[in-house]
Design a protein around this ligand. Structure first.
Ligand SMILES: Nc1ncnc2c1ncn2[C@@H]1O[C@H](COP(=O)(O)OP(=O)(O)OP(=O)(O)O)[C@@H](O)[C@H]1O
Ligand SMILES: [Mg+2]
Length: 292
């Protein structure tokens, strides 16, 4: 990945300039040179020199239409800041290939110093899709300026916290390793999404395993996935499963909790019925969730 290479070309002064723009972006999308100078606490000369360099490297976007020139970070710069922090904190040391592309994220393989392989999910909301932004609005509340930076950082935080919460239950959900800004690092299962699996040895066993886990997550974790289906369950050759993509989770006391839980269960039941001919009684399964 290009960003990983960029990390070697960049000085800590460049990072500081990028971080100064990041701070300014809390207030407005474009940050004036004067404000960048203020937040970085560099002299004007150094500020201009660094801005020129990171602009050349393709990390910032210039707006010269107003009387004062202003800049904003692009997503490459944001990737760079987050990756830099993750490397500094020794959470990862190398980025690998793209392993998945979700609706609003890119997922890469990555590695730490000890050769452990993880998945790195980069949130990329806001530019292509506004579906989740609407949902995030509910969480954030109304705010005048809602930058993509903030939205993606918040999404990563929300999913990471969900992973931490469920991880305590020791089920088949990704182990949270660390996060920074819009990137989360989690355990990786070398497999495929259920939808791309042609045939598995014991689909009934896998079906039961999924339902059982959902029930534990519901009863003990008091959580509901909220976006479950054949896209968000990864299965490997041995039949190990991983229930991923927890951004849209809700707690069991959410006003739509029952609706969302039932939809999750229906999605799983219908899919196993359609694809593997596994008959199940959806109503019975649902009521077993509500029983103590
Ligand atoms: N921990 C993981 N192990 C293996 N593969 C993963 C893992 N996390 C994600 N993937 C792969 O990346 C793809 C996209 O991930 P995910 O479903 O979390 O993103 P998304 O659909 O964009 O999420 P969201 O709806 O939150 O924007 C998955 O379908 C899967 O193929
Ligand atoms: Mg997904």
């Amino acid at each position: 990945m290009e960003v990983a290479k960029l990390l070697t070309k960049i000085d800590k002064e460049d990072l500081r300039i990028l971080m100064a723009i990041e701070i300014g972006m809390k207030r407005s999308e474009f940050v004036t040179v004067n404000n960048i100078k203020f937040y970085s606490r560099y002299k004007m000369e150094e500020t201009l020199f660094r801005l020129k360099k990171v602009h050349k490297l393709g990390l910032i976007i210039r707006d010269s239409s107003k009387h004062e020139i202003a800049y904003t970070l692009n997503s490459k710069a944001y990737d760079l800041l987050a990756l830099h922090a993750l490397v500094e904190k020794n959470i990862i040391s190398q980025l690998g290939p793209l392993i998945g592309k979700g609706k609003e994220s890119d997922v890469y393989g990555c590695m730490d110093d000890n050769g452990n392989v993880y998945a790195a999910k980069f949130y990329r909301m806001g530019r292509t899709s506004f579906k989740n932004i609407k949902q995030l609005r509910d969480i954030i509340g109304e705010r005048g300026h809602l930058s993509w930076l903030y939205v993606n950082r918040l999404a990563a935080k929300r999913e990471y916290e969900a992973l931490e919460k469920i991880y305590e239950l020791k089920l088949s959900t990704p182990k949270p390793i660390g996060y920074n800004r819009h990137i989360i690092i989690m355990s990786y299962l070398r497999g495929k999404e259920l939808i791309y699996i042609k045939n598995i040895k014991n689909p009934l066993k896998i079906f039961k395993r999924i339902i059982k886990q959902l029930k534990i997550i519901y009863k003990k974790g008091k959580m509901i996935h909220g976006d479950l289906g054949e896209f968000n369950i990864v299965v490997d050759e041995k039949g190990t499963i991983l229930i991923i993509d927890w951004l849209q989770w809700v707690s069991t006391d959410h006003p739509n909790a029952n609706l969302l839980l039932e939809r999750d269960i229906e999605n799983v039941c219908n899919y196993f019925q359609k694809k593997f001919n596994i008959e199940s009684n959806i109503d019975e399964i649902i009521s077993s969730f509500y029983k103590n």
